[in-house]
Design a protein around this ligand. Sequence first.
Ligand code: NAP
Length: 288
Amino acid sequence: MAKVAFIGLGTMGYPMAGHLVKAGHEVCVYNRTLSKAEQWVSQYGQHLALTPAAAAEGAEFVMTCVGNDQDLRQVTLGEEGVIHTLGRDAVLIDHTTASAAIARELDAACREQGAGFLDAPVSGGQAGAENGALGIMVGGDDATFARGEPIMQAYAKAIKHLGEAGNGQLTKMVNQICIAGLLQGLAEATHFLKRAGLEGEAVFDVIQHGAAGSWQMSNRHQTMLNDQYDFGFAVDWMRKDLSLVLDEARRNGARLPVTALVDQFYADVQEMGGGRWDTSSPLKRLEP
Ligand code: NAP
């Protein structure tokens, strides 16, 4: 069993670190807000560190799961970041949804001191993290992936290696492009069926089994019909992810007109006070 450090005990990181303990690993955690780390340690009976660097000391694997590029930079390359203590032959695995550029930068920094790096953003949301059933999209070299994969199995349903460092983040961007357009379509369909005087439950009951079906339709139509938007991934996070997508598209020349428009619709939702609403809330924009 391995010695693992886990940095960032948020909605996702807290249960993920717990699954590592259940898989038999020795885990040392760091969280910026100390009380959360103390709660985690009292629940799992493991170790706590007061800085990211202290957590990474002597660890074979160091996992990070923080908010965005800036947070990630702070816990890795910052004054008290893990890079200062990361051992030769250790592997840094980042689960934050961040840019491909910072993934490449961290890969280079790790290589410089003989360590490995994997960018490994996740999908599956809070439920996926709690149930240990995340999808993990991984970038990095073959040898590092071979070492990191068995550890990530503790909280994964599917793990896919997609090539060099940065490619995990690029794949997560593809995932978010698919979801953004689809949710706007689902919002418009729900808006239309109401105006048409149809019974929403009956409509989705039949169409979800055909070509229009999707995870979002099966899992969100009921809450959308009930005007409830408290079920998972928040609009604020989606806007962060879409800004990564649109930045990358400017670099690689991809044209994403629908994604750019839906990003603006989510900005409207934020202005309505819906930053913490879930991502099915574009319907609220159509039916305030
Ligand atoms: P969260 O609940 O907001 O947790 C963020 C974690 O990062 C907290 O532990 C926070 O510490 C820590 N953090 C933030 N900035 C920091 C800094 N500058 N220095 C040190 N620690 C810092 O977020 P989450 O929902 O777990 O999401 C984490 C990542 O996974 C994000 O990139 C998100 O986009 C991605 N993701 C989330 C979901 C989801 O459904 N939630 C799904 C897929 C992917 P504090 O406790 O002190 O605030």
